[in-house]
Design a protein around this ligand. Structure first.
Ligand SMILES: [Zn+2]
Ligand SMILES: [Zn+2]
Length: 154
C-alpha cells in the first residue's frame, strides 16, 4: 500500500501501528464489532501536524451512528472534513486491493479539500451506501487538476 501511494505522492511515510480504542466501538450493534469512523478520526487527529495529512487504515469494520436513516451504517471510509487532513478507511468492505486503494484516494481527495463530484465516472462521486469503486478508479479531469495542484501525481 505504501509503495503504491508513494507513486502518487513520494513524501508519504508510515507512521506506525495504532491500537483500535474500545471507546470507538459503536454501542448500536451487538452482533459484530464495528468502530465509529468519526471517533477514529479524532484519535488520528492526535498524530497530525500543520504540514501533514494523516490517513488511518484498519481491517476492522467502520461506520457511523445515525447515518442514512439507520441507527448505524457501515462505510468504507470517512474524512474528518473537507481540507481537514484527517481520514480513516477500512479493508472490511472493498473487494480487493484495487478497490481499497480507490477508497483511500477518495478519502485523500476529501482531506485535500475535494467535495463529492457529480461526474459518474469520477472516483470522488458520492458512494451513497453503494460501492462506486467497482465501476471507476480514476479522478475526472477537474478533480485531477485540483489534486495535481496539490502535488499529487495522478
Ligand atoms: Zn466521499
Ligand atoms: Zn471529479
Amino acid at each position: 500500500m505504501m509503495d503504491s501511494l508513494k507513486a502518487h505522492y513520494p513524501r508519504c511515510k508510515f507512521a506506525g501501528n495504532i491500537g483500535l480504542p474500545d471507546e470507538a466501538l459503536t454501542t448500536k450493534r451487538h452482533d459484530h464489532p464495528r468502530y465509529r469512523a468519526d471517533l477514529l478520526n479524532k484519535v488520528l487527529g492526535r498524530y497530525k501536524s500543520d504540514s501533514t495529512i494523516v490517513i488511518g487504515l484498519t481491517q476492522a469494520d467502520i461506520g457511523l451512528d445515525n447515518f442514512r436513516n439507520r441507527p448505524h451504517s457501515g462505510i468504507m471510509g470517512l474524512a474528518g472534513g473537507f481540507g481537514i487532513g484527517i481520514a480513516v478507511f477500512s479493508s472490511y468492505r472493498p473487494h480487493g486491493y484495487g478497490q481499497l486503494f480507490c477508497v483511500m484516494l477518495h478519502e485523500i481527495g476529501h482531506t485535500q479539500g475535494l467535495r463529492h463530484c457529480k461526474n459518474p465516472h469520477c472516483i470522488m462521486q458520492n458512494g451513497k451506501g453503494g460501492n462506486p469503486f467497482s465501476k471507476t478508479n480514476v479522478f475526472c479531469d477537474k478533480c485531477k487538476d485540483f489534486m495535481q495542484a496539490r502535488h499529487w501525481t495522478l
